[in-house]
Design a binder for this molecule. Structure first.
Ligand code: DI6
Ligand code: FE
Length: 399
């Protein structure tokens, strides 16, 4: 048996139902065959585990491996010039309508080879991994044609083959209407056939869309979701980011894994998310970059019991944010999450937003995807701005 015991640590288990961090002081975690085989106070560890090789962690803090449940890290080009334009007074929507924005990344992504897209994504994945990320979601959506959407998803799968990280792919063909095309024609002739082709190639774990004035209407998104349902694929949605169009209610009605952004969600939307068990994914990096002023309805989410995840939304336009720890800090400072909510948002609830039930907490039987920090208080993960307190990452039981 391939068993190891990690000991001399404090474990923020993040277990469901536990108070706050589910903290166990002076804990030990036994790992066997890549899974958590026992967790608890070391003094109570059964004698069988006492014979396994023991790795002492010097009293450090252990958390579940972090999960970035919303990224767009496969893309070509850069949008630094648009950052300058926004500082000269142009708005995100104005730039998008003038052919910049998502369309400019689409042009750069179409021009990139699969090897180039993979190399760029690997470097971004490495940045996340260095901060203790063990699962990353990666969306397509900068191709908007069959070949490029497939190429993006293949690049995302390549990341999982070349790095010790789990990748969940999301098809986001309904991200933007390609310049000069009609939205409905694009959906029927390009987006939905591409979804079917990508699914047939085993490239799709979930389906997403952008429900917004500059993208697709709820009716159009409903057609994308119907196609996803026919393929037995779970759905999620960029909803209520810049305005209230009803995407959150649609996502809840369709039993979506998550509704993401949700700054403009209403109290009724919060109740619908709670009833459906749909996770609200908060993306403070986009809120910050776009200098939004409307924060998501946190009080309503809490009152209704909506699970809240936190992610980077790493993309070249609205959130060039390569740090999930900084996203946690921003979620606390900009949205008023508590540090315990922020950590639940990058562990347990992030797993739910991806439909994963084998990771996200330190609990019996789950994957041994763990992060060990040069910290003692778990609030420090959200409190710090910058720096990287990661001591070591354990992926599937391997350090
Ligand atoms: N919402 C966002 O914030 C990103 N995509 C989306 O649907 C922005 C993507 C970009 O500007 O490139
Ligand atoms: Fe996004």
């Amino acid at each position: 048996m391939a068993a190891t015991v990690f000991a001399d640590l404090d474990a923020a288990t993040m277990q469901t139902g536990a108070e706050g961090y589910g903290l166990i002081r002076d804990a030990a975690v036994a790992v066997e065959d890549g899974r958590i085989a026992w967790v608890g106070p070391e003094a109570e560890m059964p004698a069988t585990w006492a014979r396994a090789p023991r790795t002492g962690l010097g009293g450090r803090l252990m958390t579940p491996g972090l999960i970035d449940c919303h990224t767009h890290i496969v893309f070509g080009g850069s949008r630094a010039r648009e950052f300058e334009m926004r500082l000269e007074g142009a708005s995100y929507e104005q730039i998008a309508r003038a052919g910049g924005g998502i369309a400019s990344t689409v042009a750069a992504t179409r021009a990139a080879t699969e090897a180039e897209l993979t190399a760029a994504a690997l470097s971004r994945a490495d940045t996340l991994i260095a901060e203790g990320v063990t699962v990353v979601e990666i969306k397509s959506g900068y191709g908007l044609d069959r070949e490029t959407e497939l190429r993006m998803l293949r690049a995302a799968r390549a990341v999982a083959r070349q790095r010790p990280v789990r990748v969940r792919t999301t098809f986001l063909g309904a991200h933007a209407v390609p310049p000069g095309q009609n939205a409905d024609a694009y959906l029927d002739e390009v987006c939905l056939p591409t979804l079917r082709a990508a699914h047939a190639e085993g490239l799709v774990d979930a389906v997403d869309g952008f429900c917004e004035g500059i993208a697709f209407t709820p009716d159009q998104i409903a057609r994308v979701f119907a196609a996803a349902r026919d393929l037995n694929l779970p759905v999620k949605l960029h909803a209520e980011q810049l305005s209230h169009l009803g995407g959150t209610a649609l996502a809840a009605r369709m039993g979506a894994l998550s509704a993401d952004h949700v700054e403009y969600a209403s109290v009724e939307d919060a109740a619908a998310l709670a009833r459906a068990g749909t996770v609200a994914v908060l993306l403070p990096g986009a809120f910050y970059t776009l200098r939004e002023t409307q924060a998501p309805p946190l009080d309503a989410f809490r009152r209704e019991g909506v699970a809240m995840a936190v992610a980077t939304d790493w993309n070249p336009g609205s959130s060039p944010l390569g740090s999930l720890l900084l996203a946690m800090n921003m979620a606390c400072t900009l949205f008023r999450l508590t540090p315990a909510e922020a950590l639940a948002g990058t562990t347990r609830h992030a797993a739910s937003a991806l439909g994963l039930d084998d990771c996200g907490t330190i609990a019996l039987g789950l994957r041994a995807d763990l992060a060990v920090w040069d910290l003692t208080d778990p609030a420090e993960l959200s409190y710090r701005i910058g720096g990287n307190p990661l001591h070591r990452r354990i992926y599937g039981g391997e350090a």
